[in-house]
Design a protein around this ligand. Sequence first.
Ligand SMILES: [Zn+2]
Length: 200
Amino acid sequence: MNGLEYLDRIAAVFAKLPGIGRRSAERMAYRLAWEPNGMMRELGEVLREAQENVRLCSRCGSITTVAEMPCRLCVNPARDNALVCVVQDPSDIVALERTGAYKGRYHALMGIISPMHGEGPGDIRLQALLKRVETEGFQEVVMALGTDVESEATANYIAELLKNKNVRITRLASGIPVGSGVGYSDATTLSRALKNRQTL
Ligand SMILES: [Zn+2]
């Protein structure tokens, strides 16, 4: 490969990340070429180390390491096992933890039902949720999904799925900006939405 081909390969990876267009990805890759022994080396080292260690929790889907599997949130005996909070992705767990207002367990769906993008119920972690509800003794499932149409539809689908499972199903109170997930809400808004959650 010549120099530009290396950078184009890097840019192609960056362009897969959310919010990064092809042009920005190229600029980032070309900028790395300025410092092959600085930024490029650092990025290479941290990515390799992270790749070896960082994983998603096999139980809840939060970000953890190979050494902590299941994650701290799943094994911490001080957390409330009566509650499980359903979120779209691991960044939402980070946002909810930042509020300090929630002490239950989590379940990240790793997506949302989105017929427009070809994502059906089988493409997100719904069966894993069902199994956890059946075996882990939760009393309440708190939906902390976004307020856009697809998130609402997903929440309703889950409510239907869990209808006869003897769990209370609630959702965060309104206040989360329309069209955004919980990951974009500030801590105060989230705490309030948690406290005032409503039965679905
Ligand atoms: Zn976990």
